[in-house]
Design a protein around this ligand. Structure first.
Ligand code: ADP
Length: 208
């Protein structure tokens, strides 16, 4: 939307229903100067025009705005707090963590760097028929580096969704790259993008 169209939407939002004369007045413009923008906003379904009443919001968002949002918003703006444990944490303590933190995936670090990812199914697979969960470290059940799908701050939400679908995972660690002296690349965990998080962000956008 153009700056002018955004201004019109803001005016209609706060004063609806409002006539085109009144919108023109607020913007110090003539009605004729507004005609094109008002018809675009009506045709795209953002505004609705009722004869003898005026313009009001329809509450609908055009599909291209949703696509714009998904293609432009960045991982750094929507990532949430990661739940991280150390490689030597027991499977039992990780499961307790899963419930306490209300998440489905836990990230595992070693020496402060990403070492693994562990999800509900990993725990279930391991736990069936066993009683030694408090003695087994999470490193025995996790998916390890370098097989971990990661995201970086400047990737888009569209990219995050594509990675989740392509690799069939529910949650992806957001990482910062760190190259210590030995030349081996290591990743700091800076956040998480989960399916639940994405649904929450889209819900908030639609509520707005
Ligand atoms: P769930 O176990 O709840 O179905 P997922 O579908 O995310 O959760 O996990 C399926 C498998 O993929 C598990 O073995 C898990 O360790 C692994 N996994 C989860 N997230 C990632 C990721 N970001 N990168 C690589 N593997 C992952």
């Amino acid at each position: 939307m153009s700056v002018r169209q955004n201004q019109i939407v803001e005016i209609v939002k706060s004063e609806q229903p409002i006539t085109s004369e009144q919108v023109a007045e607020r913007l110090n413009l003539t009605r004729a100067a507004l005609r094109a923008d008002l018809s675009i906003l009506t045709m795209t379904g953002i505004l609705e025009a009722r004869p003898n009443v005026g313009y009001s919001m329809t509450g609908r968002m055009p599909t291209n705005m949703i696509a714009d949002f998904i293609n432009n918003i960045l991982v750094k703006d929507i990532k949430t707090r990661p739940v991280v444990v150390n490689v030597d944490t027991s499977v039992y303590d990780c499961v307790v963590n899963l419930f306490l933190e209300d998440v489905g995936t836990i990230f595992v670090q070693s020496g402060g760097y990403l070492a693994g990812v562990v999800s509900r199914k990993d725990f279930l697979k391991y736990a069936i028929g066993r009683t030694d969960l408090d003695r087994i470290p999470v490193s025995m059940v996790m998916t390890r580096m370098p097989n971990i799908v990661t995201l970086e701050d400047n990737e888009t939400l569209a990219r995050a969704i594509a990675k989740m679908v392509e690799h069939q995972v529910d949650c992806i660690p957001v990482i910062g790259r760190d190259a210590p002296g030995d030349g081996r690349e290591r990743f700091k965990i800076t956040g998480r993008i989960s399916k639940t998080g994405i649904i929450t962000v889209i819900h908030e956008m639609l509520e707005d």
